[in-house]
Design a protein around this ligand. Structure first.
Ligand SMILES: C[S@@+](CC[C@H](N)C(=O)[O-])C[C@H]1O[C@@H](n2cnc3c(N)ncnc32)[C@H](O)[C@@H]1O
Length: 343
């Protein structure tokens, strides 16, 4: 096919096609006698991918990386791109909301102070959203994560009560048939898969590609999405229930509140949230438990607890109530609890 035909067929311009060629994204064969380009079927397929990726905001450099990297499938890349766009979208939304609030304050006397405060608040939010990184390397843990869920007989067992907690979450979430349930920090799918009944759709979100890969292998029916507690790759009010197990404690408490706000953003009215995680009832309880381990010389337990962010449940409950939701909690053992949120 000649350049003009290709441009017409793909609803673009010959100039754009020459530009992609110049950037090394395509190399159509050229007629030796007149240098006219001759686009093959493979070129057309490649071009339609390039055009689609440009349309969703992918840079030329990134397109080149995807097309040159046989390890990275287009599906995986689109998933990553969606996650990045959701992050940008949320940041833009925060900025627009801040502008609205600034405008409201701008006519009051000494408005600069209020405006300055709002700007600082926005800065803080951006920092919280951006500073999290996976210092536990879940990609590496993914391959034998399921084998490492300790059942019993350890000096300190973070997974004590694991099955019981997951079952309790399933029991607590009341669903109509054909509901959409999201499992955040789904890992290998142990909780989310329990909701694959009654025509339900389960979406598993995780920041770890490898965890998602294993989740897909074990449970192909689950739709996986790369994403973060701080920027869920979901539209507003789009899901009936949110569940999560053993994931939220990888965020410090102030970030947990942002994560709860994100969950509420994507939840339909009358939806439910149920979280099973490592948590203490409150700061006094944390102190008592840590002192107990100290007395028994259980350094392994103390180090494990201090390496993560076991929640102060009372703080989360207070936030949930302040935001107008009902909350039910149960402490299953010294370090494990569940929190269910209803409207
Ligand atoms: C200990 S595993 C729990 C997996 C699974 N929910 C379970 O109960 O077996 C924690 C999971 O949470 C994910 N995770 C941790 N922090 C996250 C974050 N900020 N956003 C999204 N996923 C996160 C990790 O990648 C990992 O897959």
């Amino acid at each position: 096919m000649k350049i003009k035909e290709v441009a017409k067929f793909l609803n673009t311009t010959p100039k754009a096609l020459r530009f992609y060629e110049e950037k090394g994204l395509i190399t159509p064969k050229k007629d030796k006698s007149n240098q006219y380009r001759d686009f093959s079927e493979t070129d057309l397929y490649r071009l339609s991918t390039i055009l689609a990726l440009r349309e969703i905001g992918v840079s030329i450099r990134d397109i080149k990386t995807i097309l040159d990297n046989p390890e990275l499938s287009i599906t995986q890349y689109l998933d990553i791109q969606r996650s990045a766009l959701f992050e940008q979208w949320l940041e833009m939304r925060d900025m627009i909301e801040t502008i609205d609030q600034m405008l409201e304050k701008s006519t009051a006397p000494n408005s600069f102070e209020a405006i300055h405060q709002l700007a600082n608040h926005l800065k803080n939010m951006k920092e919280i959203r951006n500073k999290w990184h996976d210092r536990w390397n879940f990609d590496e843990q993914a391959i034998d994560y399921d084998d490492h869920i300790k059942k019993e007989g350890h000096i300190f067992n973070v997974h004590e009560g694991y099955d019981e907690a997951l079952s309790l979450v399933v029991e607590k979430v009341r669903l109509e048939p054909n509901s959409t349930i999201v499992d955040i920090g789904i890992g290998t799918g142990n909780l989310g898969s329990r909701f694959l009944t009654n025509g339900n759709k389960v979406i598993g979100i995780d920041q770890s590609e490898k965890m998602l890969e294993i989740c897909r292998e074990k449970h192909p029916e689950i739709e996986t999405r790369k994403g973060h507690f701080h920027a869920l790759p979901l539209l507003d009010q789009s899901v009936d229930a949110i569940v999560s197990s053993y994931a939220l404690h990888h965020l410090p408490d102030e970030e947990k509140l942002l994560a709860l706000a994100e969950m509420i953003r994507v939840l339909k009215p009358h939806g439910q949230i149920c979280i099973a995680d490592l948590m203490f009832a409150d700061e006094t309880h944390r102190k008592v438990v840590l002192e107990g381990f100290e007395k028994s010389g259980n350094r392994i337990a103390i180090d494990a607890i201090e390496d993560e962010y076991y929640a102060d449940k009372s703080l989360l409950v207070e936030w949930i109530k302040e935001n107008g939701y009902k909350v039910e909690t149960k402490q299953l053992n010294d370090i494990l609890g569940i929190i269910c949120i209803y409207s």
